[in-house]
Design a protein around this ligand. Sequence first.
Ligand SMILES: [Zn+2]
Length: 456
Amino acid sequence: MNNKKDFNKIVTFLKNNGFFFPTDEIYGGTQSLYDLADRGVIFKNLLIKKTTDFFLDLSDDLKFYQLDSSIIHKEDVFLASGHLKNFFDVYSECKDCNFRNRIDDLKDYFLQNNLDNETVFDTLLKQKKIHCLNCNSTNLSKFKKFNLMFELNYSLTDEKTKKVFLRPETCQGIFINFQNILKIFRPKIPFAILQTGKAFRNEVTAKNLFFKTKEFTQLEVELFCKKEDEENWFNFFTEKIFLYLINDLKISQENLKKYQYNQKELAHYSKKTTDIMFNFPFGWKELLGICNRGTFDLENHIRNSNSNLKIFDEETKHSFIPSVIEPSIGIERLMLALLIDYYEEDEKRVFLKIPFDLSIYQIAVFPLAKKLKDDAKKVYLSLKKIKKYRVIFQDNASIGKLYHKYDAIGTFFAITFDFDSLNDNCVSLRFRDSKEQKRISIQNIDLEIDKIINEM
Ligand SMILES: [Zn+2]
């Protein structure tokens, strides 16, 4: 069944609750770019940290190294990686409204109308049987190829230096540093390199908020192993990541499924790819991918750079090119899927069911009445001092309004200092999801909270 949540409503909700702003909004906005606002930044950083830790702790037999390489590489890198030759979108431009109709989107459109043979596209175009997806006109250009990389106007002092590009994926930085990593860290195979950073793709049309943007954050792992272990590691990552999404990020299992690409669908560098798909309100779409890149990248970089990117095997006394298994995660896309999945409405409120460790604020402290402000603030300051939780104090509205406001951004607990607190030295702890309340002692407040979390 399709995800029934109202996507446009969620987008408006996230904007109004400080998760994002459209880029360049005062100048009319720039298509397919978004700025993260306060809550979006906090959530993104927590998600990156949690996911990085998940990988680093995955197995005692697997040593990870981290990297933060440049987002700019010169042409040679992308000649070797195949991106200059193979990384294209194909589109037909509408002569009436200038909309660029991607062939992939037209395919969706034609599949729905049982016209699934793409070789007939140009004929259909000539016969004016293809309509613009934006304005329905049949006045369309021939199909054009369009490289998805951004070429930069880079000031070069060295005339031999060629063109430079923004990276379309983070992993090339890992492959071109492979020799350095071998030399400095002397890793034993299997080992993995993890990097998180921005990547850029000049998508012809991009839509659905963070689902597809021209600038995005990737978290990629390249695992280097022997050829005979490829399949094992591929399956290991696929299973572990699937469980991570369900058990740690708490995505509803019915909204996840795996999809293995058929031969025709594979990217130019891939031997095998499995996507984990999420049931977005706009359909089942790729959430993240696990790819067997084999020896494709290292082999090409060896050929083009004349570097030795081989590993010496102590057992067989031979050098070999290791195989690469790559889990690749678009962080903003994962954020979007999580926020959709956490989004809940009941009769009176909208709230985000964010797990405790990813909550933007884990605890909000409120006074029941104005005259209790100083006492409530003391409770807040004592919690803040422990530095264990992300905690906020607020007293600028009625208690009911404050509950709703902080439920909306997924605050896990609300603590209220009321008139009874003056006598029993306890406060009420309210659970976001059930709205149930429990009296807890101010004296050992963090121990009480820890106990409740451990029992959940
Ligand atoms: Zn048009």
